[in-house]
Write a protein that binds this ligand. Structure first.
Ligand code: ZN
Length: 390
């Protein structure tokens, strides 16, 4: 099936103006002001009043649930596929979390396979919150080399009372395994790092980079919008060449405790001239978001939402961050950091992962992944009839 989308303003995420886009099978086959096709059955989608943007890439989602730090009844539920599709997320990375005892890598891979069967592209990180890392094979390197869906390791926790209190040497060993495993398999081999609220923040990662041959770019620290102190540390970390990731699932309690909404954090970064190429958003979807008092006693629980990923991008645009800049943090930046060259962009040859947005309200109108329509709000004719068709 060939689909031609016309009249939409295309953001690749760079602003390309009104273009026609051709989808053939699961790939983008054409992008130009006028595309002529003859002798083929074409589904014509007239999308005036829409922005056409790349499908979103979510580098950290607890697809099999997470938690629960308040006992077994606070374990969160698995992610529903429809929630990811509706949120415009067409590529995601599933992770374990605080609990690598009752949540397992085998279960994670099974859930990722289910998501892939349903139409999105789902990878996983091997390893766990704690060191020594949980693995399926003998070690992290073998997991990365031998199991396709593993593209990195983590999230491994630092600067957090729930972490295994890893030393710089432990992190170096983990990162070297991920680095070589990634090299051998042609993958990112990235080390996803959960950064907690302890004042040390990112200092352990600087220490690792300064006392070894492992570059800062081996690490992908997340939750950097946790408080203003960590955010500023993050900007310094980017200036040193590193990547940082902000978490979009922010609760009212988080805000009361000083967390910076992603939209605001991105606005700060942009206004301060921080290199946006090294910044991404992730949802932390289906994580338990435990709330602790000042003595680290558990007092309540929220749950991460995948819809928050794009909601924060839309909010950043509303705050005045240019559209192409705001889109970067959920498209080309995470795709580049995760070494996924066919993801996070609109270009000929890239995967046909697309989101149509209402230009005025910025709401999601339709979502395509791998050439299949996965979601429509009903306002663009003809899409529902094509759900599932490639
Ligand atoms: Zn985390």
């Amino acid at each position: 099936m060939i689909t031609r989308i016309s009249q939409a303003e295309v953001y690749s995420p760079a602003a390309l103006g009104v273009q026609q886009l051709l989808v053939a099978g699961n790939r983008i086959a054409g992008l130009a002001q006028q595309l002529d096709i003859q002798g083929a059955e074409v589904f014509e989608l007239e999308a005036s009043g829409c922005l056409l943007v790349p499908g979103f890439v979510d580098s950290l989602a607890h697809i099999i649930g997470g938690g629960g730090e308040g006992g077994f009844t606070t374990r969160t539920s698995e992610m529903q596929f429809a929630d990811a599709a509706r949120a415009g997320v067409t590529t995601l990375v599933g992770v374990l979390g605080t609990d690598a005892v009752t949540r397992t890598l085998t279960n994670l891979l099974a859930k990722a396979s289910a998501f892939n069967e349903l139409g999105v592209t789902c990878y996983c990180y091997t390893g766990s919150y704690q060191i020594p890392a949980r693995t399926l094979m003998a070690d992290v390197m073998e997991d990365l080399v031998l199991i396709d869906k593993f593209i990195g390791v983590g999230e491994v926790a630092i600067a957090d009372h729930r972490s295994s209190q890893p030393t710089a040497d432990e992190l170096k060993k983990l990162a070297s395994q991920a680095r070589v495993g990634g090299m051998l398999a042609g993958k990112a081999g990235i080390v996803s790092v959960h950064v907690g609220s302890a004042a040390a923040g990112l200092s352990l990662l600087h220490e690792v980079a300064q006392s070894s041959d492992i570059p800062l770019t081996q690490f992908y620290p997340t939750h950097i919008n946790r408080n203003q102190h960590l955010l500023q540390m993050g900007f310094t970390y980017v200036a040193a060449g590193g990547y940082i990731d902000f978490t979009t699932s922010t609760t009212a309690q988080d805000l009361a405790q000083g967390e910076i909404k992603c939209a605001d954090a991105l606005l700060q970064a942009w206004q301060q001239g921080v290199n946006i190429n090294n910044i991404s958003f992730s949802s932390d979807a289906n994580a338990s978001l435990p709330e602790f008092d000042s003595n680290n006693n558990f007092i309540g629980l929220g749950e991460g939402r995948i819809a928050s990923l794009y909601e924060e991008v839309a909010d950043a645009i509303r705050l005045g961050v240019p559209t192409e800049i705001a889109l970067q943090v959920v498209t080309q930046n995470p795709a580049r950091i995760l070494k996924l060259p066919k993801k996070g962009k609109i270009a000929v040859g890239a995967d046909a992962d697309l989101v149509l947005l209402d230009k005025t309200t910025l709401t999601i109108k339709a979502v395509m992944a791998q050439g299949r329509w996965l979601y429509s709000d009903g306002s663009l004719p003809g899409i529902q009839a094509r759900f599932g068709a490639v």
